[in-house]
Design a protein around this ligand. Structure first.
Ligand code: OXD
Ligand code: MN
Length: 598
């Protein structure tokens, strides 16, 4: 796709952005050492107490650069319809012109880093390559953890492999055009931000933000927005899904991918510690899965990433001890609080907050301060290889065969704990109609219900209607019996008093067990208006104190509420016009007719 060589692109970009120096990165530990020392010396990093948290650092961002900026994220296809109603669209030529004016001189006085990276194991047939140019050493170090940075990528590219040019600048030059120096800050960024994807030329241009999802361009920009387009063109799926291996007491393995909107517990589920004796979960990924048919006609999945970029608040010794153990060392923390002994803390790490902290803005904090010590979207960045329950196959070039796909969201009402789809088409309908309460992972009002189809709302690089069509096509191209089965789950249903009905976390293993038993055809299910529900006696509830009333409420299908839900779905589907696959309209009609029979 790319017509320039990497060298030509770097030279052209340097001419535009005018850095004072160009550094080619190789992902080595010497490079890590040099850049961490640089960031400690310029104040961007605080080195954490090496006795408590070796080789780990805290970064505090500009308070206006703390999350993905969805309203500044653009899909730049020639025709607006190809971006579709869920994306912000701009004409590619218009956007390039604008961006060229912003990138002009944007690296003056700074070093430009060239970071060759692989998404997926270098030798995997499913791997894809990119080169990120950035003027942020924080980004380079984060890419070291989140992707596979190496010269091997440049070798692959020089032998003809396709690659994605991914250009990033924080947009804060240190010299003006007359050579006058301006002071640097510990978190340079620009109030004006653009995260632009060009799906017809597979390019990424990101300007103005240093925050993870906006700036680590291998992640959302390449692995999902550009990845979804590559997947459509090449017959595979790029998904916002965690990936795990579930092992039963008899040693049978099930590989499960699960799509949940941002900050809805994907990392917790990816690191689940089952409360059921004998069941085990091994982690493969917590955010992204690339899924492709293999030569036997089965879907196989890889996690294209090499690290976790997890939400810190709510990750604690009780909720996710595996994550806490994973980040024992070699971790970059962003926007968490600093303890008196030079370690980190955030809400939910422990039950009680330490008496004195420095909060994420650098101010003294105590439990009486009345504001969170860590930003709600504060993060930890750490290598997958440090996860104590990492699956030995996480790095396997062949990926893993997929047995089940789960769709979930945060729903206080309506959606039961678990429901199985009737077939692939119905599963696609379940994915297409996910809605979830908004979290802090993106800018916006936390708590409002928003449609987040396939948890891909901010990440689909083309028309969402065409994306549903692509899912249907992948299903139609394979034998029904070889397809993963599809389930919808909801850990977040509440009772009339606003209390969660289900305990969640490790107890979610009970739902996973039922799913595994369905895959083994060991248990039947009851047909309902919205899909196949568990027969309560088949759920393993041993040792769980949950009343029959609560259980009934957790699976209750409220006819009026579902009619309303169907109305909202009809309104939502109408937005897609001709791009709405006929099958989605038929599934909605089926739902409505099932509801009238209740
Ligand atoms: C993430 C997100 O960072 O989805 O994974 O926002
Ligand atoms: Mn995510």
């Amino acid at each position: 796709m790319t017509v320039l060589t990497v060298e030509q692109w770097v030279a052209e970009t340097a001419k535009l952005t005018q850095p004072s120096e160009i550094v080619w990165c190789d992902g080595s530990s010497a490079e890590w050492l040099k850049l961490t020392e640089l960031l400690v010396s310029n104040g961007t990093f605080i080195r954490l107490n090496p006795e408590l948290r070796p080789n780990s650092f805290l970064a505090r961002t500009d308070p206006a650069d703390v999350a993905r900026v969805e309203d500044r994220t653009f899909i730049c296809s020639t025709h607006e319809v190809d971006a579709g109603p869920t994306n912000n669209w701009r004409d590619p030529l218009w956007m390039k012109n604008l961006l060229r004016s912003l990138f002009k001189g944007s690296m003056r006085g700074r070093t430009m880093y060239v970071v060759p990276f692989a998404m997926g194991p270098l030798d995997s047939p499913q791997a894809r390559f990119g080169v990120e140019i950035t003027d942020s050493p924080y980004v380079v170090l984060s890419m070291h953890i989140m992707t596979r940075v190496s010269n091997g990528v440049l070798e692959k590219i020089s032998k003809g492999a396709d690659w994605v040019p991914a250009l990033h600048s924080v947009g804060a030059p240190l010299l003006d055009e007359n050579g006058v120096q301006s002071p640097d800050t510990t978190w340079p960024c620009n109030v004006e931000k653009y995260i632009a994807q060009f799906p017809e030329s597979n390019e990424i241009w990101s300007f103005g933000s240093g925050y993870g999802g906006n700036a680590l361009l291998g992640k959302k920009c390449m692995s999902l927005r550009i990845g979804s387009v590559l997947g459509r063109n090449e017959g595979w799926l790029a998904e916002h899904m965690l990936l795990v291996k579930l092992t039963s007491p008899s040693g049978k393995n099930f590989h499960i991918a699960a799509a949940f909107p941002s900050a809805c517990g994907k990392t917790n589920l990816a690191m689940l510690r089952p409360t059921l004796p004998g069941w085990k979960v091994a982690t493969i990924g917590d955010d992204i899965a690339w899924i492709a048919p293999d030569s036997d006609g089965r879907l196989r999945a890889i996690n294209p990433e090499a690290g976790f970029f997890g939400v810190a608040p709510g990750t604690g010794l009780k909720t996710n001890p595996v994550a806490v153990e994973t980040m024992r060392a070699n971790t970059i923390f962003t926007n968490v609080a600093l303890t008196e002994d030079g370690d980190v803390w955030w809400e939910g790490l422990t039950d009680d907050a330490p008496a004195n902290l420095i909060d994420w803005t650098g101010k003294a904090w105590s439990p009486l301060s009345g504001s969170p010590a860590a930003h709600p979207n504060s993060r930890f960045t750490v290598s997958l290889s440090q996860c104590p329950i990492i699956d030995p196959e996480w790095d396997s070039p062949a990926g893993v065969p997929l047995d089940a796909i789960l769709f979930g969201g945060r729903r206080a009402t309506n959606v039961p704990l678990v429901v199985e789809s009737r077939d692939w088409e119905h599963g696609v309908f379940m994915g297409a109609t996910i809605s979830s309460e908004q979290t802090a992972a993106a800018e916006g009002v936390v708590g409002t219900l928003r449609r987040d189809p396939f948890a891909m709302l901010p990440f689909c690089g083309y028309n969402m209607g065409d994306y549903w069509q692509h899912w249907l096509k992948v299903g139609q191209s394979l034998k029904a019996d070889d397809l993963p089965r599809i389930f919808q789950v909801n850990w977040f249903r509440k009772d009339a008093n606003g209390k969660f009905l289900w305990p969640g976390f490790g107890e979610n293993a009970r739902v996973m067990e039922w799913i595994a038993r369905r895959l083994e055809n060991e248990v039947s299910a009851q047909e309902s208006a919205i899909g196949k529900l568990p027969i309560i006696r088949d759920l393993n509830l041993e040792g769980l104190a949950i009343s029959d009333e609560k259980l009934a409420e957790i699976f209750q299908i409220d006819k009026a509420a579902w009619h309303h839900e169907a109305e909202l779905t009809a309104e939502y589907f109408a937005k897609f016009g001709e791009q709405l696959p006929a099958e989605m309209g038929q599934q909605l009609e089926l739902l409505r007719s099932n509801l009238t029979k209740l």
